[in-house]
Design a protein around this ligand. Structure first.
Ligand code: ATP
Ligand code: MG
Length: 374
């Protein structure tokens, strides 16, 4: 998909702005706190119907106003779609595509977008739950069934944990535990298979991108660690092994008052040249891994939907040297991409396939600030 135009009224620090994007590379340059991330957020909302920031939606409305409005012209599978989003302090959000009311769930299947937000570097550095969430989001965005399995699994696990916390008080303890375990196995085994399948594809793509971004100096590997089966290829065998583990480890789960086996304990390990990225990689290396994963996600969406997603790269160049930054711009050219940065210095931009916008206190000026180049 390609975003051709965007009109923003009262979105965060914007008053009334209209932007025509380039079909290829778009660079939003500006100092801190001018509205670059806010603009990426507006594009994301136009594509998805909601923000990537976990906020109350009314926070999107300019502090001094009562309503905001976004209108985007998006090309998707060669069809022109006018997306309109209205949000007010007193009414529910309204989304229209070509004048027809739609829900957020209708948007997901229409427009592909891949966002890199600077805080996502934590996916690499912090707890395994962030890595599980990353892969879960990638899969859920491409397969609705997965989201249902995941919700069911998590609900049952919470109920099982409640029972494990108070076994003595529950005369049906044994029956309830057996019933929860049966359901955990049913959904958990499917989650394992999905994660295994998607991680294998992402690994293949991310390895290639990572090798290109590092001029073949670094080899990325991704290892999926799980504790509920020996191998993740045959659903029936996984279910059997998983159930046997739950039976076998029943005492330890009771002693620890919690469910200890299943995909909620999965870990995803990233290795560069055999070394754990979490513990050994530099900031720039960690960022390169995350960006390779995002490019891999874009390719996955492209392969699954036969449509190219838009890349929204927020502050991607920090911590990258010039070579890596230029290679990233090169690799991103396969898609329409919108990149924010504090400085254009040392970016090897070709005017024929890129457009620069200067963002200054909620105003969008086409061209670079100093020389006004278009
Ligand atoms: N609802 C709102 N109404 C008005 N202003 C807002 C609203 N929400 C956020 N802002 C302001 O928008 C400004 C720009 O934020 P934004 O995150 O887009 O900056 P940025 O250009 O990405 O900066 P940086 O380079 O530091 O990342 C902030 O100063 C913030 O206070
Ligand atoms: Mg920002």
């Amino acid at each position: 998909m390609i975003i051709k135009e965007l009109r923003l009224i009262n979105h965060r620090n914007y008053d009334d702005e209209f932007i025509e994007f380039h079909d290829n590379t778009n660079i939003l340059v500006g100092k801190n706190a001018q509205g670059k991330t806010n603009l990426l957020e507006a594009i994301y909302i136009a594509a998805r119907g909601y923000s990537f920031k976990s906020i109350k939606e009314t926070e999107l409305i300019n502090f001094d106003k009562n309503a905001m409005y976004l209108k985007a012209v998006i090309l998707s599978k060669n069809k022109r779609k006018n997306v309109e989003i209205k949000l007010s302090r007193s009414y529910n959000k309204q989304i229209k595509i070509n004048d027809v009311d739609v829900n957020v769930s209708d948007m997901k299947s229409q427009f592909g977008v891949v966002l890199f937000a600077p805080e996502e570097i934590l996916i690499i550095k912090e707890t395994p739950s962030l890595r599980r969430k990353f892969i879960d989001d990638v899969i859920s965005n491409n397969d609705i069934a997965y989201k249902i399995y995941l919700n069911n699994y998590n609900n049952i696990r919470r109920q099982k944990n409640l029972v494990l916390k108070n076994p003595a008080k529950n005369k049906y303890f044994e029956q309830m535990l057996a019933s929860y375990n049966t359901k955990l196995v049913e959904y958990g085994a499917k989650i394992g298979i999905y994660r295994y399948k998607y991680l294998n594809i992402l690994k293949k793509y991310a390895k290639e991108f990572h090798s290109e971004l590092t001029s073949s100096k670094e080899d990325l590997d991704i290892i999926y660690e799980y504790n509920f089966a020996e191998k993740l290829d045959d659903l029936t065998i996984i279910e059997k092994q998983y159930y046997d583990i739950l039976l076998d480890k029943k005492t330890s789960e009771i002693e620890r008052y919690q469910s200890l086996y299943g995909p909620h304990k999965d870990e995803i390990i990233f290795l560069i040249n055999g070394k754990d990225v979490k513990n050994y990689a530099s900031q720039g290396q960690q960022r390169t891994v995350m960006l390779s994963l995002k490019l891999a996600e874009a390719k996955l969406i492209e392969v699954l939907t036969s449509t190219k997603p838009i890349l929204l790269w927020d502050d991607v160049f920090s911590e990258l040297d010039n070579t890596r930054a230029s290679l990233l711009v090169q690799k991103s050219k396969k898609y329409q991409n919108i990149i924010t940065t504090n400085s254009l210095v040392n970016l090897d931009l070709d005017n024929s396939d890129s457009k620069v916008f200067t963002i200054d206190k909620g105003k969008v000026i086409t061209g670079r600030e100093k020389d006004g180049t278009k």
